[in-house]
Design a protein. Structure first.
Length: 215
């Protein structure tokens, strides 16, 4: 399977975590968005939306990280532990995945424009991000995982997002600390310890940091 990605991308990292958890190898192909790799005709034939991550499995192509994660588990996982078949559990995982999508979008709108352009961060954007983090903190109350008692796709997707937000603290005046929320801090430390392949995956966060240090 070909996997088009960037190492520093949180959505790409969530797919890589999923692949590691279910024990499959992806043929990783880096796309340099700065040089327009994603706009080349050969990639547009695969993904006309020209986004990453993108997966190609034989004649089948798929993009959007959460859709890819679900596909990989349903197609290749030996058990359903990451995405249980119980309708209620699966519904909650889907809900948390949608929550993570909104959380990452809120972070992205707040962080990327000023970080790229070296302009001031918007206080209103910071408030919106902190509101999302407060909700996540509430959802985690009394729980080691975001759904149920075991690691699921929702944890993996949120872990990629939270680790990216955590790493963004090195950017001057970002001023958002995920570890000040007690439940998030506890969950994050647990995820770092129990998630298979996290140490290797976290190298992507270091690539993220290196990129913005060079801006």
């Amino acid at each position: 399977m070909d996997f088009y990605y960037l190492p520093g991308s949180a959505p790409c990292r969530s797919v890589l975590l999923t692949a590691h958890c279910i024990g499959i190898e992806l043929n990783k192909k880096i796309l340099d968005l700065r040089t327009g790799d994603h706009l080349k005709p050969e990639f547009l034939k695969i993904n006309p939306q020209h986004t990453i991550p993108t997966l190609v499995d034989g004649d089948f192509s798929l993009w959007e990280s959460r859709a890819i994660m679900i596909y990989l588990v349903e197609q290749y996982a030996k058990t359903d532990s990451l995405f249980p078949k119980c309708p209620e559990t699966r519904a909650l995982i889907n809900q948390r995945l949608y929550f993570d999508m909104d959380l990452y979008m809120t972070f992205g709108k707040f962080f990327y424009p000023p970080a790229m352009a070296k302009t001031p961060f918007d206080p209103e954007g910071r408030k919106k991000l902190e509101t999302q983090l407060e909700l996540f903190n509430t959802l985690l109350a009394g729980n080691n995982f975001i759904v149920g008692e075991t690691l699921t796709l929702a944890d993996l997707s949120l872990l990629a997002t939270i680790s990216t937000i955590d790493m963004a603290q090195f950017v001057k005046d970002f001023n958002v600390d995920v570890r000040k929320y007690a439940n998030i801090k506890k969950w994050y430390e647990n995820m770092r310890a129990v998630t298979p392949g996290f140490k290797e995956n976290h190298e992507g966060c270091l690539a993220f940091q290196k990129f913005f240090e060079g801006k």
